[in-house]
Every structure is written in C-alpha cells, then in structure tokens.
Design a protein around this ligand. Structure first.
Ligand code: TRP
Length: 351
C-alpha cells in the first residue's frame, strides 16, 4: 500500500493523559448513606474524567481486625455495593488490595524511609493504641506507610478522602519526597481531594455525630437495609415539638432530615416541608415531623431499594463477581508493575 507523506503525519496527537485518582475503602462493617453521599457518589462522578483506581483495603483491616472469618464476605459486599452505586468496572479499576502484591513490595522499600518517631506521632496511631492497647502491632504503627504504598504504586495525584486522612496524605508526600531525593524522581506528590462544596455530610438519625459503619446502627441507614428497617429507623429519628416562631433556625438534627430529604425526595416535597417549617409561629406549629418522616421514609426506601437489590444480585452471582474482581486486579497490576519496575531500577534492585 502506498504511503502518503503529508506534512501533518509528523504531528502526533497524543491523547491527554488523564490524571490518576485513587482511593481505598476499609471493608470493616456495612457501607451507609454517609459513605454513599460523602464518597461513592463522587467516585462515580469522577470515573469519566480521571484514570480511577478504587480498592478494598483488606490488608489494612488486619491491623485492627485479625479475625478474618467475616472479611471475605465483607470484601465481596463492598465490591458489589460500589458497582451497584454506579461504578463501572469497564471504566475504573475496582480491585482488592491483596490481589496486588506489588503494593507489599513498595511497602517494604518505603518502610526503610519511615521513622519510628514520626509513625508514633500519627494521630490515628495514638487513637488506636488507646482503643486496642492489647494489640499494638507493627502493622498498626506502619499503617501510613502501607497507605502511602497504595497511593504511590499508581503514582496517583488526587486522593478523595475525608479530613481524618489528611495527615496520612502528608506522610505519603514525605515518604515520596524522601524516596525521590535518595534514589531519583519516581513519584509525583499526591494530594487529598475532597470535592469542595459538593461534599454532603450526613449525621446519625439520633443527632449524635456521623453515621457509622459499625457503631450507632439504629441511627445509621445502611445500603443493605430492607424497607422495613429504613422506615423504622427514620420514624425513630430525633425531632422536637417544632419551631416556636416563623423562619426559626433549624436545630442540626432537623437540618439533617431536610438534607436527607433534599437528596432523595422531589423538590416539591422539600418545598412543602420547608414552607411548613417556616410558616410555624408561636403556639401554632404547622410542620408535622411525623408526616415529614413518613414521607422521607418512603422516598428513602425507594432510593436504597435498587442499590440493595443490585448489590445482592452481584453478590449472589459468584461468576460475575469473580470476573469483576479479576478485571480490576489485572488493570491495577498492569499499572503497579510499571511503577515497581521504576522503583527497582531507582533503588538498584534490578539484577
Ligand atoms: N485509611 C483509609 C481509611 O481509613 C483507607 C485507605 C487505605 C485509603 N489506603 C488508602 C484511602 C489509600 C485513600 C488512599 O478510610
């Protein structure tokens, strides 16, 4: 076939490389509405614009939960729930940490660059020492090193995490910088990414703090809850006698009910209860929290049901689940082994 040389053939239109995003999910406990609106929904929104890696941190869970009897089903559930929430295994790499042994090797190199003193000063470490004084293991101490390895193995730039993980990100940058300085530039600096104004915080239904994967179960709406539990929990949510004057400031537990309603109910429904709240006047409370909760319970049950059912279908389909897990691992290992090659070269471990 004749080859036509036009001046344009020299120009290579390299597709813009998408930025690498990575986040990890601990498989301890059930995923809940706070996880959905605070994290998973945002993962789904990022999957077209970024090169995304999301993984289940099952090695990390050994630092606090050495008993692994329930771990396997938790890991499967987390994978299934993330897919049910809209992550597309064709677009992202959704994988299990222990399927990528390259992370463990990077952890070994980074451990040589992490100092006992700085690890002991980590806020999460001190907290865990307080919570489990009988099991202060070396994995707990080096948790931030393993987390840095998770991130650096894909040379990720953006790490969607909550505020409580920012110190770990700072440590990851320190380890990366030390590695680059000693052995040569391999790692870009990763930063926490928290979606700015898009981040929705959801409180527990009892008005005490956040929803939780393992504590506070009656005040937390789980993605695996059935319709009846959802109704029961919402009908028990904390309220009061209602506002004493028109346009009152909402107490935070009432604001939380409105937040939930804005997320799962139609705008007309929200407006009706907003108007009822604001029209309240002394001795004449128009809003009826019982009615509001009944409506919210219906809309919430309707919202969670398709997620719960899809997640259950995936969990019950071992063949499909297995395929998703292998596909995620293959993609993650391809990227991880490329980084590890650079790391071995830099350190001089390439014989
Ligand atoms: N430490 C995170 C948490 O407790 C989970 C996690 C492990 C993670 N490795 C990570 C998060 C890497 C982001 C990037 O929630």
């Amino acid at each position: 076939m004749p080859v036509h040389h036009s001046p344009c053939t020299n120009i290579i239109f390299a597709p813009m490389e998408k930025e690498v995003v990575l986040s990890g999910i601990r498989p301890t406990g059930f995923l809940h509405l706070g996880n959905y609106f605070g994290a998973m929904r945002n993962y789904v929104r990022m999957q077209d614009d970024y090169n995304c890696y999301f993984f289940v941190a099952n090695w990390h869970s050994l630092t606090t939960h050495p008993d692994t009897r329930e771990l396997q089903s938790s890991v499967h559930r987390v994978i299934a729930e993330n897919i049910a929430c809209g992550l597309d295994p064709e677009k992202v790499s959704l994988y299990i940490q222990s399927d990528v042994p390259e992370i463990a090797e990077l952890y070994l190199y980074l451990n040589m660059l992490a100092y006992k003193g700085e690890l002991e000063k980590t806020v999460t470490f001190k907290e865990k020492v307080r919570l489990q004084p009988e099991n202060v293991n070396a994995g707990l101490l080096t948790y931030p090193v393993l987390m840095a390895s998770d991130i650096l193995i894909h040379r990720a730039l953006k790490v969607p995490v909550g505020k409580d993980q920012e110190q770990h990100l700072e440590m990851a940058r320190n380890f990366a910088e030390r590695f680059n300085y000693r052995y040569g530039e391999v790692f870009p600096m990763p930063y926490a990414f928290n979606f700015g104004g898009d981040l929705v915080r959801i409180m527990g239904l009892d008005g005490n703090g956040k929803m939780s994967k393992s504590e506070n179960q009656l005040a937390t709406l789980y993605l695996a809850d059935d319709d009846e539990s959802i109704r029961k929990k919402i009908m028990k949510a904390k309220t009061d006698q209602g506002p004493a004057e028109p346009n009152a400031v909402k107490p935070d537990y009432i604001e939380n009910l409105f937040t939930l309603m804005r997320l799962v109910s139609g705008p007309d429904t929200v407006k009706k209860f907003e108007d009822d709240f604001n029209a309240s006047s002394s001795g004449n409370c128009v809003i009826r929290y019982g009615d509001m909760k009944k409506q919210l319970a219906e809309d919430m049950a309707g919202f969670i049901k398709p997620i719960r059912e899809k997640a259950a279908d995936i969990q019950n389909n071992k063949e499909l689940l297995g395929r998703i897990i292998r596909q995620g691992a293959d993609k993650a290992r391809a990227s991880a082994s490329e980084t590890l090659k650079l790391v071995r070269q830099a350190v001089g471990m390439n014989y």
